[in-house]
Design a protein around this ligand. Structure first.
Ligand code: FAD
Ligand code: SF4
Length: 469
């Protein structure tokens, strides 16, 4: 292995923890040109690059990194755009450490290439234009396709179709597009101007976005076909929060993470009183869960002024599904973690406000169906933690509205829309689905991968409209 491979990766600058807990500005500032070029020269340009296999949208990773090393930044961005039109978003929130970077050849001996940070760098730098080629078969260009939901799945599907000249309309229930990127992930991890910039690119490609349109209420799926849309892609996400089913969950100041983060992000609660959305947490907050949603809730509560924030997780640090970087950021910021505990009851005062949470301690048992050790409560280990509010972040389920109002669609055990693995087509011809509505809560890039796959299948069907499934 070449000597340069053992160099440490370039480190970017981050806001200091004691500063950043007082604001919602982005934590990591990203690479400078010098850092990006340095980092790019560490890449070995592997002939059979394993990193690409780890990317659900198969970005030509060595290709764009080489362009950075040559300081051809616009060209680097266009290499990424070939398969991913949301690089500034993915560069920030994708779990690269378990995908492309985990497979990087350099990971075996030292630090893998910082692929995500390089992706973010070229995307933030911005390009001149998106280069793409109109397909040889232009017959698809006369068709209209409807995309339901403007999260990563819908955006990726729309982008891929629009690049081929198909007329795409996205129907979004909320007043802003972006899905979780807009209403869930906080500003300090993913600034909304970054999300807007990448969505604007899609609009420049010709994608029409209609907000405040709830499919299943404002219009039905059948209406979309009647309006002349040849195919429908459903990317309506997993917006249905799970609850614990313990006593006290209806007390005042018990939030689902979904509601809490929507108030903070979409309704701009973090800018109160400039925006009229007060989000009251009190001084001591308990967040239940161990994923990215729990980290985002805990860190947001801290920034909103809570003095102490506890994350209560029923397994150990090793099983926590949150990204390692986000967990480390939370620790640096002073979030307290209690492992191997699970709530038994939320306690309230005479006015119905939360004033404590009763938990029981666990030990790890045999693996459950997820393959992780099952948390087993230890008898007589209950204790009460005094808190003013509780945020429940234990998972989200597929949004039920479309399956409920279009009952022809086959759904799975958890209410997810079932799709063909190869094509993402549902049991109803010409209706495709992808992202969290099909898989249950997953990741941005897996949703984008399914959006892209669906677009390719839709294009095939548009080219051969007579073929059945
Ligand atoms: P969504 O992003 O949920 O988008 C669905 C869209 O459909 C929404 O805009 C919704 O309003 C709209 N919609 C729903 N029903 C209808 C309807 N009937 N009519 C019209 N529109 C409708 N993943 C990562 O990879 N990295 C992270 O760091 C990360 N952090 C996360 C933090 C939080 C707080 C959350 C909640 C999730 C996080 N995830 C993360 C997961 C990731 O965001 C999701 O897996 C991804 O957004 C799923 O994309 P999607 O397009 O399927 O759905
Ligand atoms: Fe470069 Fe790592 Fe990919 Fe090899 S595996 S091409 S070193 S990023």
């Amino acid at each position: 292995m070449k000597d340069k491979s053992i160099k440490q990766r370039a480190k970017d600058v981050k806001q200091k923890p004691e500063e950043r807990i007082k604001n919602f500005r982005e934590v990591a500032e990203g690479y400078t040109e010098e850092q990006a070029v340095f980092e790019s020269t560490r890449c070995l340009q592997c002939r059979k690059p394993p990193c690409v296999k780890g990317c659900p949208v198969e970005i030509d990773i060595p290709g764009f990194i080489k362009k950075i090393s040559e300081k051809k930044f616009d060209e680097a961005l266009n290499v990424i755009y070939n398969t991913n039109l949301l690089p500034a978003i993915c560069g920030r929130v994708c779990p690269q450490e378990t995908q492309c970077e985990e497979r990087c050849t350099l990971a075996r001996k030292g630090q893998p290439i910082a692929i995500g940070k390089l992706e973010r760098y070229v995307a933030d730098r911005g390009g001149q234009h998106i280069s793409y080629s109109v397909p040889a078969d232009r017959s698809v260009m006369r068709h209209k396709v409807a995309v339901v939901g403007s999260g990563p799945a819908g955006l990726a599907c729309a982008a891929e179709l629009a690049k081929c000249g198909v007329k795409v309309t996205i129907f979004e229930a909320l007043h802003e597009p972006g899905g979780v990127l807009t209403y869930g992930i906080p500003e300090f991890r993913l600034p909304k101007k970054v999300v807007k910039r990448e969505i604007d690119l899609l609009v420049k490609l010709g994608v029409e976005i209609k907000t405040d349109m709830i499919i299943g209420k404002t219009l039905t799926v059948d209406d979309l076909f009647t309006m002349g849309y040849r195919s429908v892609f459903i990317g309506s996400g997993a917006g249905l929060p799970s609850f614990m089913g313990v006593p006290g969950e209806n007390l005042l100041r018990v939030y689902s993470a979904n509601e809490f983060l929507t108030r903070v992000n979409l309704m701009k609660g973090y800018l109160f009183p400039e925006y009229d959305t007060p989000v009251i947490t009190g001084e001591r907050v308990a967040v239940i869960g161990g994923g990215n949603v729990a980290m985002d809730s805990a860190r947001s509560a801290l920034r909103l002024g809570a003095k102490e924030v506890y994350v209560l997780y029923r397994r150990t640090e090793n099983e926590m599904p949150a990204r390692k970087e986000e967990y480390e950021h939370a620790l640096e910021e002073g979030i307290k973690f209690a492992f191997l505990v699970q709530p038994r009851e939320i306690l309230g005062d005479e006015n119905g406000y939360v004033n404590g949470i009763k938990v029981i301690h666990n030990e790890l048992g045999e693996p459950d169906e997820s393959g992780r050790p099952r948390p087993v409560p230890i008898p007589d280990t209950e204790e009460i933690i005094p808190v003013d509010s509780v945020i429940v972040a234990i998972g989200q389920n597929p949004s039920p509205l479309i399956p409920a109002t279009y009952s022809n669609l086959k759904t799975g055990r958890k209410g997810n829309i079932e799709v063909d693995e190869e094509t993402c087509e549902t049991n109803v011809p010409w209706i495709f689905a992808g992202g969290d509505i099909a898989t249950g809560a997953a990741t941005v890039i897996s949703a984008m991968g399914m959006g892209r796959k669906s677009a390719r299948s839709i294009l095939k069907r548009l080219q051969n409209p007579e073929t059945d499934k």
